[in-house]
Write a protein that binds this ligand. Structure first.
Ligand code: MV4
Length: 511
C-alpha cells in the first residue's frame, strides 16, 4: 500500500488551505502552499513551510491548472496533494493524473470520484445498497413521450436534475404536465453547456425537505464508519450559511438507520477517505431519502470535529498513507452540540452581493467553546476572483441552547471593517423564533426573509461612532496655556494629529 507522507502540497487557498497546513504541522508534515498573483501575501502563504507562485489571479489560470500544480509538486518533492474543497477536489481527471505521477491524492480514487460524480450511477448504487431514494427515473432526451409517462406515474411537481450536476446545479422544477417537455429540453441543453454532458433524470419534487448529511470515514481495507450528521438546511441558493450537529430532529434510532445507510453506500462503492452522504428528510412523513455523495472534505467538517473530537484532516492523511482506521463505530461518541456560521464578504441586505476590499479592522472572537477558521488577518485584501467565504465561526456547547448563546456572544465580539459581511445576518437568524425552535427546512430563509430584510443587530457601528467622536474631540482639542503672561492657544503637534487621524480613519473605514 501507500507509505508515510512527509510533504504535502495544498492545492487551495483561504481558510481551508490554512486548516490543512495546521493539520500538517500537527503531524510533523512539511506543507507546500501555492498562490496566484492576488494571493502573493495571503495568510496561507505566510503559514506554509514553502510557497510557490502558480500564475495570474483567475483560478482557471492558477488553482485549476493541473500542469502547474503537478509541476510544483514535483519541484518541491511533495509526496501528496491535498485538494481541500472546490477547485480540483472532485476532479476525477486530476486525481487520475496524480495516480499516474505517483503522487498521493488525499481523497478517494479517481474511479470512485468519477463514479459517484455521475448522479444516476450514485442513485443506482444507493438502490442496490438498500437506501431509500425519492421516486424517480432515468430519461432519454430522444424519448420524451415515454419520459412524460414516467413523470405522470411519479406525479407532479417533478424535479429535472442533471446527471453530471450536483449541489443543486442544473435543477428545474416542473409544476405541471404542460411544462414538462420544454423543461427537460432546456435542462438538458443547460447541462450540456455547463458540464459537457446533457443527460438528465427526474425525481418527485419534495417541497420543504431538510438537508441532512452524514460524515463518513473509510480506510483502504474495507473499514467504514460514520461520524453522525450535520443539519445544513439554512442555505440560500444552494449556498449553505449555517450548519449544526446534531440535527434538531435527530433521534438515536434515526441516526442509526441513516448512518447505516451512509456506510452501506460507501461500502458498495469501495469508498476510501473522508466523504459525505447527503440526504433529504421529510418532516411531515418522518422519512429520509438518499441524494448524493460528496467525495471531498466539506466546508462544514469542523462541526463534526467539535462533537466527535476527531481531527478529519489527520484521518484523511492517515487513510491516504494506507493505515487502518484507528476506531470502530462503537468507539465514536457524539458529545454536545456544534454550530458553524459562514462569514462571507457579502452584503445580506443587498441580496448577498459580493463585497471586496481591505480589512481595515479584524478582531476575531475567542473564549470557551469558540473556534474561528480564518483565511485572513487584519489588513488582508479580499479579492474579487474567489469564493467570498473568508472565515468560519464554529462554536461548541453542551447542548443546542449553550451553543446558540456562545455563537451570539462570539458574533458580538467579531469586528470586521472594510468589507460588508454576514456577521449581522447570523446575529439575526440565531434569534429567529423558528430557528431557536429547530423548526425549519431548506426553504427557511426565503420564507422568513423574502425581501432580504434583516435586523443586523449591528452595535459595532455605535461603538465605532463613539470612538470616532472621541478622536474628533482630541483632534480639535486646543489647550490654552500662558506664555510670557499672555494667554495663547497651542495646538497638538502635527505629528500627533497625523497619527490620531490615521487611527480615526482605520476605525471608521474611511479612505
Ligand atoms: C431535491 C429537492 C427536492 N426534491 N430533490 C439540491 C442540491 C442537490 N444535492 C439536490 N437538491 C435538492 N434535491 C428532490 N427530489 C430539493 C433540493 C434542494 C436542496 C437540497 C439540499 C440542500 C438544499 C437544497 C435547496 C434547494 C433544493
Amino acid at each position: 500500500m501507500a507509505k508515510k507522507i512527509k510533504k504535502i502540497l495544498i492545492a487551495n487557498r483561504g481558510e481551508i488551505a490554512v486548516r490543512i497546513i495546521r493539520g500538517c504541522k500537527d503531524l510533523g508534515i512539511t506543507s507546500v502552499a501555492v498562490y496566484s498573483d492576488a494571493d502573493r501575501t495571503a495568510y496561507h502563504v505566510r503559514l506554509a513551510d514553502e510557497a510557490y507562485h502558480i500564475g495570474p489571479s483567475p483560478s482557471n489560470q492558477s488553482y485549476l491548472v493541473h500542469d502547474k500544480i503537478i509541476e510544483v509538486a514535483k519541484k518541491s518533492k511533495a509526496d501528496a496533494i491535498h485538494p481541500g474543497y472546490g477547485f480540483l477536489s472532485e476532479n476525477a481527471e486530476f486525481a487520475r493524473r496524480c495516480e499516474n505521477e505517483q503522487i498521493t491524492f488525499v481523497g478517494p480514487s479517481s474511479k470512485t470520484i468519477k463514479f459517484l460524480g455521475d448522479k444516476i450511477e450514485a442513485r443506482k448504487t444507493a438502490v442496490k445498497a438498500g437506501l431509500p431514494v425519492v421516486p424517480g427515473a432515468e430519461i432519454e432526451i430522444g424519448k420524451l413521450k415515454e419520459a412524460l409517462k414516467l413523470a405522470q406515474t411519479i406525479g407532479f411537481p417533478i424535479l429535472v436534475k442533471a446527471t453530471a450536476g450536483g449541489g443543486g446545479k442544473g435543477m428545474r422544477i416542473v409544476k405541471a404536465k404542460k411544462d414538462f417537455e420544454e423543461s427537460v429540453k432546456r435542462g438538458s441543453s443547460e447541462a450540456k453547456s455547463a458540464f459537457g454532458d446533457g443527460r438528465v433524470f427526474i425525481e418527485k419534487y419534495l417541497e420543504r425537505p431538510r438537508h441532512i448529511e452524514f460524515q463518513i470515514l473509510c480506510d483502504n481495507h474495507g473499514n467504514c464508519v460514520h461520524l453522525g450528521e450535520r443539519e445544513c438546511s439554512i442555505q440560500r441558493r444552494h449556498q449553505k450559511l449555517i450548519e449544526e450537529s446534531p440535527s434538531p430532529i435527530m433521534t438515536d434510532k434515526l441516526r442509526q438507520q441513516m448512518g447505516e445507510a451512509a456506510v452501506n453506500i460507501a461500502k458498495r462503492s469501495n469508498y476510501a477517505g473522508a466523504g459525505t452522504v447527503e440526504f433529504m428528510y421529510d418532516d411531515s412523513r418522518g422519512l429520509f431519502y438518499f441524494l448524493e455523495v460528496n467525495t471531498r472534505l466539506q466546508v462544514e467538517h469542523p462541526v463534526t470535529e467539535m462533537v466527535t473530537g476527531i481531527d478529519l484532516v489527520k484521518e484523511q492523511i492517515a487513510i491516504a498513507e494506507g493505515k487502518l482506521l484507528s476506531f470502530k463505530q462503537s468507539d465514536i461518541k457524539l458529545n454536545g452540540h456544534a454550530i458553524e456560521c459562514r462569514i462571507l464578504a457579502e452584503d445580506p441586505s443587498q441580496g448577498f452581493v459580493p463585497s471586496t476590499g481591505k480589512l481595515k479592522n479584524y478582531r476575531i472572537p475567542a473564549g470557551p467553546g469558540v473556534r474561528v477558521d480564518s483565511g485572513v488577518v487584519i489588513f488582508s485584501e479580499i479579492p474579487v476572483y474567489y469564493d467570498p467565504m473568508f472565515a468560519k465561526l464554529i462554536v461548541w456547547g453542551k447542548d443546542r441552547t449553550e451553543a446558540i448563546n456562545r455563537a451570539q456572544r462570539a458574533l458580538e465580539e467579531f469586528r470586521v471593517s472594510g468589507v460588508m459581511t454576514t456577521i449581522g445576518f447570523h446575529r439575526e437568524v440565531l434569534r429567529n423564533k423558528r430557528f431557536l425552535a429547530g423548526d425549519f427546512s431548506t426553504k427557511f430563509l426565503e420564507e422568513e426573509y423574502p425581501d432580504n430584510k434583516y435586523d443586523l443587530h449591528d452595535d459595532s457601528l455605535t461603538e465605532t461612532a463613539v470612538i470616532a467622536a472621541a478622536l474628533e474631540k482630541f483632534i480639535n482639542e486646543r489647550k490654552l496655556v500662558t506664555v510670557n503672561g499672555k494667554k495663547s492657544e497651542t495646538a497638538v503637534t502635527s505629528w500627533t494629529n497625523f497619527h490620531r487621524l490615521r487611527h480615526l480613519r482605520t476605525f471608521t473605514g474611511s479612505k
